[in-house]
Design a protein around this ligand. Sequence first.
Ligand code: PGA
Length: 244
Amino acid sequence: MISQDTIDNHAKLIAFQIFTAIEQKKQNNEHLVLGLATGSTPIPLYQELIRLHQEANLSFENVYTFNLDEYCGLSENHSESYHYFMHKHLFDHIDIPTKNIFIPSSKVEPVFLKDYCVGYEKHIQELGGIDIQILGIGRNGHIGFNEPGSSGVSITRKIELHHITKRDAASAFGGFDFVPTHAITMGMKTILSAKQIYLMAFGENKKQAIKQAILGDITDELPASFLQHHNNVSYCVDFNINTK
Ligand code: PGA
């Protein structure tokens, strides 16, 4: 059973770490780079960040954000696009400058794709790399849209969505056949370059993927397992991985 108290506590703790990091950077006249995720999992975190903005004067003026992924082909106004999601759940409620927001485009012409993806990586590096990366996880162990088969040294690229990912998204799109077939995603190497990572996973349906990611072999069959190579990952879950 999902424990709302545990989820809220994780959200508050991560939001507080982000708050502290933003304030520290501000004092040094520096910016913070956040890597952001979509899906139902990070919503309580975004709600807490909005609360801190509204009630504790947390400003995002010195923050840059890079989202993990976006579906190919959807309009940015589509209710399932990640552009729409991020504005609805976070950006419309805080004072982040629009120019500081980076989300992979859903509409890159094939001929420009390679340059576009290299450019996304370059923007991250030019800003000093991702300071704090927020992650969810798919039931198939995907991170962003690094689906099973993704290499540990992959960078931002276009990828075909896995059938489990499409099945999990089917109801939101009104059926499996309406789920976009491809997405642009940051790569595993991009994600592993973040200085600090919070992986959030709530609900028993995520337990097997988390268990394998932490305790299993490091394999491209479960891209989250590559996080074992990173020395600063916090796994924020609401279940006990030591029970069946
Ligand atoms: P969810 O998606 O937060 O909606 O469960 C997570 C993911 O697929 O990465």
